[in-house]
Write a protein that binds this ligand. Structure first.
Ligand code: ATP
Ligand code: MG
Length: 360
């Protein structure tokens, strides 16, 4: 039985005016893990984080921290610390004074306070800047002050709301690595809210994907990426190609889905078959699992028309039209062997049954 730090059991939040911000949220978060809550704007991420920290009351349901029911406890009696997106640093205090603030509030005497704050400043890599004021720091440095300030009270759980949201692209890449490294060094549980799939998938041990107040899927980055369970997750994460059709037969672990003249084969992992013959279903296949040309070893084959190519560094995505306005993306590394297509050119696209996923 794993050691859970944070458990949310059937948590719901309805704001005055009947806005249902969070519906039936269930999660068990293991001690020392890095969890990301991922979803579009307004789906209830911040509300969930604030309920864990006690800054927002739950409407129904229970929250447990280290096995203790904290549902009705105020923030000061929960072993959590929150890092806000705006950082909310004190402008008139130095880095050191910002970091030691919560120790001062708890009446820890000044030599001890200094010592702990200096250790924390070293951990977040700001020793040289300890006497500066926030306005004289870059965005990434301010972010590290905020992190140090949130961690100094040694919470069991650190709650981070879009911690990298205001940083530019390259700084965000660096801070992603640093945040993960610090989390592993101190070994406390991090729950991070983000709407960036890249941040969630690259940093978190476990990802909770939300939309419209409900959890769509919980899993490791790999599971979310390779085995999306719902149409929403398939569309929100990665370059997935979606197809709809009717489930016409099942033989062994292979499902046959028909759409007009097209037939699609999907392998279904054991115990994951919840569909009945004749029902409407959706399936998806990742853009990097579709290949161009004839591949007799692959069960799925369609004919499509070349439309455009999108470039992203060494990766290129060729876009084909399969049916009117139904585009298929094929992601491949750019190299000299890649064919250069002319708009309107016909091409055959293939993928194996095992690389397709039937959605719930
Ligand atoms: N204090 C409030 N009173 C009423 N409704 C609220 C309040 N706070 C949030 N909401 C609503 O609850 C829903 C969820 O809001 P929440 O802030 O949790 O979303 P979010 O996922 O964090 O979005 P974002 O990515 O934009 O920060 C939204 O529809 C929002 O308008
Ligand atoms: Mg938010």
């Amino acid at each position: 039985m794993p050691d859970y730090d944070v458990v949310l059991a059937d948590v719901c939040k309805t704001y005055p005016g009947d806005t249902r911000a969070v519906i039936d949220f269930n999660a068990s978060i293991e001690r020392g893990s890095f969890v990301a809550m991922l979803g579009p704007s307004g789906c209830g991420k911040t509300t969930t984080l604030r309920m864990i920290g006690g800054l927002e009351e739950v409407t129904t349901g229970k929250i447990y921290l280290s096995g203790q029911d904290v549902t009705d406890l105020p923030p000061s009696q929960r072993d959590t610390s929150m890092m806000f997106q705006s950082f909310a640093l004190f402008p008139h205090r130095t880095v050191l004074q910002n970091v030691e603030f919560s120790l001062k509030m708890r009446g820890i005497e000044s030599t001890e306070r200094r010592r702990q704050a200096q250790d924390m400043i070293a951990l977040v890599g700001l020793t040289e800047l300890a006497d500066r004021h926030p306005r004289d720091l870059s965005g990434g440095q301010q972010q590290r002050v905020a992190l140090g300030r949130a961690l100094i009270s040694r919470p069991t759980v650190l709650l981070l709301d879009e911690p990298l949201g205001s940083l530019d692209y390259s700084l965000r890449q660096t801070m992603m690595v640093e945040l993960k490294k610090i989390q592993q060094e101190i070994g406390i549980t991090f729950i991070m809210v983000t709407h960036s799939q890249q941040e969630a998938l690259s940093m978190a041990d476990s990802v909770i994907v939300m939309s419209d107040a409900v959890i769509q899927q919980t899993g490791t980055s790999r599971e979310i990426n390779e085995m999306p369970r719902t149409r929403f997750v398939a569309e929100f994460i990665g370059n997935n190609n979606l197809f709809d059709g009717i489930l016409t037969s099942l033989s062994g672990s292979i499902a046959l889905i028909e759409h007009g003249d097209s037939m699609f084969y999907v392998s279904i992992p054991d115990g994951q078959h919840h569909h009945s013959i004749g029902s409407s279903v959706s399936l998806c296949v990742r853009a990097d699992w579709v290949v161009t040309g004839h591949h007799p070893d692959m069960a799925n084959r369609i004919d499509a028309t070349y439309v455009a190519t999108e470039y992203l560094g060494s990766l290129e995505t060729d876009v084909f039209e399969f049916a009117p306005k139904h585009y298929i993306q094929v992601e491949q590394h750019r190299d000299s062997r890649n064919q250069v297509y002319k708009v309107g050119e016909k091409e055959t696209l293939c993928w194996s049954a095992a690389s397709a996923v039937l959605l719930d």
